[in-house]
Ligand binder design. Structure first.
Ligand code: NAD
Ligand code: LMR
Length: 331
């Protein structure tokens, strides 16, 4: 069979912590598959270019058969030229004591120009995953600055939260993590997110029937997931990186392949008013997809009790507040 045409993948902030884990997994075929060659298009700001040179040397030294070219640049047009996937990681991480929303003023300004450059240069099938925090609202900023790119191509990452929640439930139930399915993260990738235990399942059984401890589910479980990023910063002195890169890989794989029957995946997508969420917010929902660009849908018809409804209201309000805060960055 003839070799496939390489797919151009852009990674911003490529010399950073997440980049250092992510790039080698892309190079080894974990993002787009073991027979899909890639061109890596790596964006950095000037102070990061020297470190990026070193990272490029290391990718070269990996002799990855799937890497057909590497472009390292500070130029937005070059970085996004012909890309079918853009992973927007580059931005400043928070430090201990900060909330992710505190980064809006620092990072928000990065995403308008990147949105415009994506619209001007990317391939017609481009799909974008925003990782840089606060990722929901950064994604909203980029998307709003790229009206030529369909709104359904933009994703912000809540998969790390899904993975964290699945592991917490699996440990509590003494079950394998793979048995935990249907885990939806609603709303913002922040301390207001709602990891929806009630609609999640363990081996097909609703979680509250397996873990009959409402106090733990409504309390420690939720706060552990909501505050996991801060706990990692406290322990490592740096924000999560390898697990974030892993979740970025998981996100793209889940977006580009059909969702397994009966399950869903967590990702923040543009709201079209599902579940009464204001239109246009980049909101964490349970999503199913056929794997094609624009081929996803929010899973409708899930029920929420008063507790869940209140949690979703709180995270919605936070995202509306963030949207108001960056109004001047939204054309
Ligand atoms: P890092 O500081 O190690 O690396 C960030 C890199 O981005 C640096 O090399 C920096 O030079 C570069 N950069 C900064 N501004 C840029 C710009 N305008 N264009 C291109 N590159 C730029 O940070 P990190 O640990 O890799 O984290 C990156 C971001 O990801 C942070 O905002 C962090 O909070 C976020 N994050 C999100 C999740 C999530 O689940 N959504 C998880 C972990 C981290
Ligand atoms: C995380 O969830 O680990 C990241 O968003 C980093 C952070 O600031 O918490």
């Amino acid at each position: 069979m003839p070799a496939k045409t390489p797919v151009h993948v852009t990674v911003t902030g490529a010399a950073g912590q997440i980049g250092y884990s992510l790039l080698f997994r892309i190079a080894s075929g974990q993002l787009l598959g073991p027979d899909q060659p890639v061109v890596l298009r790596l964006l950095e700001i000037e102070p990061g270019m020297k470190a990026l040179e070193g990272v490029v040397m290391e990718i070269d030294d990996g002799a990855f058969p799937l890497v057909s070219d590497i472009v390292a640049t500070t130029d937005l047009d070059t970085a996004f030229d012909g890309c079918s996937w853009a992973l927007l990681v580059g931005s400043v991480p928070r430090k201990a004591g900060m909330e992710r929303g505190d980064l809006l003023t620092v990072n928000g300004g990065i995403f308008g120009p990147q949105g415009r450059a994506i619209a001007a240069n990317a391939a017609s099938d481009v799909r974008i995953l925003v990782v840089g925090n606060p990722c929901n609202t950064n994604c909203l900023i980029a998307r709003s600055n790229a009206p030529e790119v369909p709104a359904d191509r933009w994703f912000a990452m809540t998969r790390l939260d899904q993975n964290r929640a699945q592991t917490q439930l699996a440990k509590r139930a003494a079950a394998p993590v793979s048995s935990v399915t249907n885990l939806a993260i609603w709303g913002n990738h922040s301390a207001t997110q709602f990891p929806d235990f009630a609609n999640a399942r363990i081996d097909g059984t609703p979680v509250p029937e397996v873990i009959a401890d409402t106090e733990w589910l409504q309390g420690e479980f939720i706060t552990t997931v909501q505050k996991r990023g801060a706990a990692i910063i406290e322990a490592r002195g740096l924000s999560s990186a390898a697990s974030a890169a892993s979740a970025a890989i998981d996100s793209v794989v889940s977006i580009r392949t059909p969702t397994p029957e009966g399950d869903w995946t967590s990702v923040a997508v543009v709201s079209n008013g599902e579940y009464g969420i204001p239109e246009g917010l980049q909101f964490g929902f349970p999503v199913r997809t056929d794997g094609q660009p624009g081929g996803w849908q929010v899973v409708e018809g899930l029920s929420h009790d008063a507790f869940a409804t209140e949690r979703i209201r709180i995270t919605t309000e936070e995202l509306e507040g963030e949207r108001a805060e960056v109004a001047d960055l939204l054309p």
